[in-house]
Design a binder for this molecule. Structure first.
Ligand SMILES: N[C@@H](CCC(=O)N[C@@H](CS)C(=O)NCC(=O)O)C(=O)O
Length: 202
């Protein structure tokens, strides 16, 4: 039987999906896609995920899911006992709204421009502008997250899919030495405290 296989790159956004799999406690395989060597564009990986990005999650029926919010949502619905999303359309929609904001604004429009401006422009001065633009987007996004969190323990009350997205962007923020609101730093520590070793896959 084929179980769940996560195609993952250490320190990439797929860290959030790896965390969800560990929190759910479901046995799974991890296949490392070495982004630094361009493995995401190699034919064997493109055969799994033609978009050439991580995360991708292969499911027991052999089909592959991509896009962080979709994978996280599927895990939440497939493993309801883990309570990764609230009940009902409104709670589910709000969780997706926040997850999508973290991935598409903070990550894609913020950190991507801040960390790898050379992917888009070759001129060093233009790269510096793009980096500054990305950083401003990240800072705006982090303030928004701090507002959403307020005095709650997790973004939407209890740990859920949006916190898994926050997990990797907050780690990136610490790595980049960005000023982080005390509440967001405490959120990251709380998420890390929930983490546990991956279950054994026979
Ligand atoms: N929108 C995608 C973004 C995925 C993404 O950008 N992944 C990055 C790693 S954080 C990647 O695979 N980059 C490799 C590349 O662009 O070549 C998602 O939500 O999963």
């Amino acid at each position: 039987m084929i179980g769940l296989t996560l195609f993952h790159a250490p320190n990439a956004c797929s860290e959030g999906i790896a965390l969800l799999l560990r929190v759910v406690g479901v046995a799974h395989d991890i296949r490392i896609v070495d982004l630094s060597r361009g493995a995401q564009r190699a034919p064997d990986y493109l055969a799994v995920s033609p978009k050439g990005k991580v995360p991708a999650l292969r499911r027991p029926d052999g089909t592959v899911l991509t896009e962080f919010p979709a994978i996280a949502f599927w895990l939440a619905k497939r493993f309801p006992e883990a309570a990764l999303i609230g009940d009902g359309t409104e709670a589910e929609t709000r969780a997706l709204e926040l997850t999508e904001f973290i991935v598409s604004s903070l990550h894609m429009r913020g950190f991507t421009l801040m960390k790898v401006p050379q992917k888009f422009l070759s001129d060093p001065a233009a790269q510096a502008d793009l980096r500054a633009h990305g950083r401003a987007e990240v800072e705006r996004g982090l303030s928004r997250l701090a507002e959403v969190l307020g005095s709650r323990p997790f973004l939407l009350g209890r740990f859920g899919i949006a916190d898994a997205a926050a997990f990797y962007v907050l780690r990136w923020a610490e790595q980049e030495d960005l000023p982080l609101a005390t509440g967001l730093r405490a959120l990251l520590r709380r998420i890390e405290a929930l983490d546990r070793p991956a279950p054994f896959t026979p």
